[in-house]
Design a protein around this ligand. Structure first.
Ligand SMILES: [Zn+2]
Length: 456
């Protein structure tokens, strides 16, 4: 029997450019730049989406050829709630993906294509290699230059403004040589990971065809080295795709994005009109306090969340979700919701009704706390129960703390309960970050004191 094998040639060998910096420098520079990014760009912070890009990203990172793996590097993946098609990666591994890029992609392979290209810039250490060419810069002063070199566009200008050194347009984009390298290594990573490298070429076509106000941002920082599409496909012809890495979730992810309010434009972000979703599912390891939530208004308004209850609340708090156990009031940015479902509150007040257990108010309240702790494992009671009159009735009050799974910060919870006439427990819960507890405790007290019951 004769077996015919076609010679496919060898994949292109890549050599990382000369670099006077250490991988540890990359990590340091990238971490500082990421700190600027998370302060200035509106992160999406949607757990499902973060999980998705992380799944794809980790698969790709694991497929970086061993000679370009750096043990110091940590690849992390965050989504930016921005409309323009863009993605960027910082030295040492933090990657940021614009929502518009995932919305424009036609397949998961196209998303993976952009990510593999960005990972390649990181793995080949192109940022510090670029800085090596500009020897006059010292490590401490080179951050803006490097970050800008990698990022370009909105994020690039933010990072360069956030550092002491501005940067010339020459530093805002990669050289064609580095672009070629990132395309070729990106194709190799895709194949090793189990994605078709031709999808990267397709994505570049998708980006070019979007044009208008959406496409150029990425292209301006990743200029076409010439014959990009053909060069990637030629490399792809020499590569064997190993397995199939597709998660099968791409359609669901795009549907989820379509169900969200529109992304911010670069212009809105530049004007400071965009806010990060307050929930922080960050995995970049940097502390994020970018949540900007307006303080409670000194104006109050009345609300009647149940037919038998009236309450007054700061006028800038809206009812953000109904539920079978309660109603939540929160300021803009003080809660997390996805697909119309409330997932958590960082600033605000919840009013709810629970079944009675023992008939003893304090014991029933203790059971309520235990029930809350099931979905908040870090919830701790900070003090004993004290008496507090609620709507003229006997009530109890206590303070708890929780470690927010959203912001990673300590939050303080003021809980008060009283008994409804049908025996059920009425509970009043105020939530605020610990650092704002002073302000909010007074507000919560005033809200509790405003409660009127008419449940006879
Ligand atoms: Zn590039």
């Amino acid at each position: 029997m004769l077996t015919l094998t076609l010679s496919t040639g060898a994949q292109t060998k890549i050599t990382a450019p000369k670099n006077n910096y250490s991988p540890a420098d990359d990590v340091k520079l990238g971490r500082e730049a990421a700190g600027e990014v998370v302060k200035e760009l509106p992160l999406l912070n949607d757990q499902r989406l973060e999980d998705y890009v992380e799944t794809v990203g980790k698969t790709l990172a694991a497929a970086i050829p061993p000679e370009f793996q750096h043990p110091e590097f940590r690849y992390t993946f965050d989504m930016v709630n921005q409309k323009e098609i863009n993605a960027f990666a910082l030295p040492g591994g933090p990657m940021f993906l614009n929502r518009g890029m995932i919305e424009a992609a036609k397949s998961e392979g196209e998303v993976a294509g952009v990510m593999a290209h960005e990972l390649s810039h990181v793995a080949l250490r192109h940022g510090t290699a670029q800085a090596t060419k500009g020897q006059k810069f010292q490590i401490g002063s080179v951050l803006g230059q490097i970050a800008g070199a990698i990022v370009g566009g909105t994020a690039g200008s933010i990072i360069s403004q956030g550092t002491q050194f501005g940067l010339g347009a020459a530093f805002l984009k990669y050289s064609r040589e580095y672009e070629s390298q990132a395309d070729i290594l990106g194709a190799q990573i895709l194949a090793r990971a189990g994605y078709n490298p031709r999808e990267m070429a397709n994505m570049f076509k998708t980006i070019e065809s979007e044009g208008g106000g959406r496409g150029p941002e990425w292209l301006s920082s990743h200029p076409n080295p010439g014959n990009r599409y053909d060069a990637i496909n030629r490399e792809a012809g020499m590569l064997r795709v190993q397995g199939n890495a597709s998660t099968g979730q791409f359609q669901d992810i795009q549907a989820r994005l379509r169900g969200m309010p529109p992304a911010y434009t670069a212009e809105q972000i530049a004007k400071g009109q965009a806010k990060s979703n307050p929930q922080n599912t960050s995995n970049t390891g940097s502390a994020r306090t970018s949540v900007s939530v307006a303080p409670p208004s000194s104006q109050y308004r009345a609300s009647s969340p149940f037919s038998f209850l009236r309450v007054s609340l700061p006028s800038n708090w809206a009812e953000v979700s109904g539920g079978d156990t309660g109603i939540t009031y929160a300021p803009e940015g003080g809660y997390r919701a996805s697909s119309g479902r409330l997932e958590g509150v960082t600033h605000g007040f919840q009013i709810g009704v629970a079944k009675s257990g023992t008939g003893n108010l304090q014991q029933d309240t203790e059971q309520l706390v235990a029930a809350f702790a099931q979905s908040n494992p870090q919830l701790r009671r900070q003090e004993g129960y004290s008496r507090e009159t609620v709507a003229g009735r006997t009530g109890v009050r206590t303070t708890l703390t929780n470690q927010s799974d959203i912001t990673g910060q300590t939050e303080v919870i003021s809980l008060a309960t009283t008994r409804l006439n049908d025996g059920r427990l009425l509970f009043l819960v105020g939530v605020a970050p610990q650092r704002d507890a002073g302000t909010y405790n007074d507000v919560f007290k005033r809200v509790r004191q405003s409660v009127q019951l008419n449940d006879r």
